[in-house]
Design a protein around this ligand. Structure first.
Ligand code: FES
Length: 97
């Protein structure tokens, strides 16, 4: 049990050291409209780019359901995010490929 606590603190510290946060709306509307898939794509992208300064997090409903799926990069809000838009966001905003 002690090992699990130490491990969780290590992960938390690692996330806090990241420079740029990408937050995916996990509210029911965004989740059903594409963020379930976008969350997987983001996790795969971050795993494939271990040196990225991007940290992934989730939010509850952002209040823009009709424009979803919604993703935030820093303070910037992106709407109607599909796989192609996500690829562009990662490439343009996070130095990804
Ligand atoms: S569920 Fe994402 S903005 Fe409402």
């Amino acid at each position: 049990m002690q090992y699990i606590d130490i491990y969780n603190h290590s992960v938390y510290f690692y996330i806090e050291m990241k420079d740029l946060k990408i937050r995916i709306c996990m509210g029911s509307s965004c989740y059903a409209r594409g963020n379930a898939k976008n969350a997987i794509l983001l996790q795969e992208w971050i795993s494939a780019h271990p040196d990225t300064s991007l940290a992934l997090g989730g939010t509850l409903c952002e209040g823009h359901c009709k424009d979803g799926p919604v993703i935030r990069l820093g303070e910037r809000l992106f709407t109607a995010v599909d796989a192609l838009a996500l690829e562009e966001i990662l490439g343009d905003q996070a130095g990804g490929s």
